[in-house]
Design a protein around this ligand. Structure first.
Ligand code: S3P
Length: 151
């Protein structure tokens, strides 16, 4: 009999620890791990920061959607998505059926401490702390809505 596949998604704000925990979960459960941003960088042979700079955020979101589609077809995987991935409902729908969605509910100050000054995160460079806090509050509602496990 074919075993039911186990698929996990980690979502949360920048700096929540999605990639770190995702790798650990994948190792624990013997699943394959994918980090959406790393996948985009590897396949596009361009850094996220350069994609934003050269083509704009809209183009990055298109790429994000394209790679979400591919990853959503994988089985027995753990996927860490970007902080803004689930801002696009179409991405949530791709994963909703076959994945458990885990939200890493880390407080803003902790996230900010980890991401402040990170030149590889274009939104951190282009937003003030107050703007990031607003984004955090808005997104937290989305993460809570789309997830079925909160850590
Ligand atoms: C983004 C988060 C980043 C990356 C891109 C945009 C966002 O991923 O996808 O810089 O919109 O919050 P991390 O959450 O892994 O930093």
């Amino acid at each position: 009999m074919k075993q039911r596949s186990r698929n996990l998604i980690l979502c949360g704000f920048m700096g929540a620890g999605k990639t770190t925990l995702g790798r650990q979960l994948a190792a624990n459960f013997r699943l394959r791990f994918f980090d959406l941003d790393e996948e985009i960088e590897r396949r596009e042979k361009t850094k996220i920061q350069a994609i934003f700079h050269r083509f704009g955020e809209g183009y990055f979101r298109e790429l994000e959607h394209r790679y979400c589609k591919e990853l959503s077809e994988c089985e027995n995987v753990v996927v860490a998505v970007g902080g803004g991935t689930f801002g696009n409902e179409a991405n949530v729908l791709l994963f909703a059926k076959a994945f458990d969605i885990i939200f890493l509910d880390v407080d803003f100050e902790t996230c900010y401490f980890r991401i402040n000054g990170d030149t590889n995160r274009p939104l951190v460079m282009s937003h003030t702390k107050e703007q990031l806090k607003e984004l955090f509050e808005r997104r937290r509602k989305v993460y809570l809505k789309v997830s079925n496990i909160v850590l």
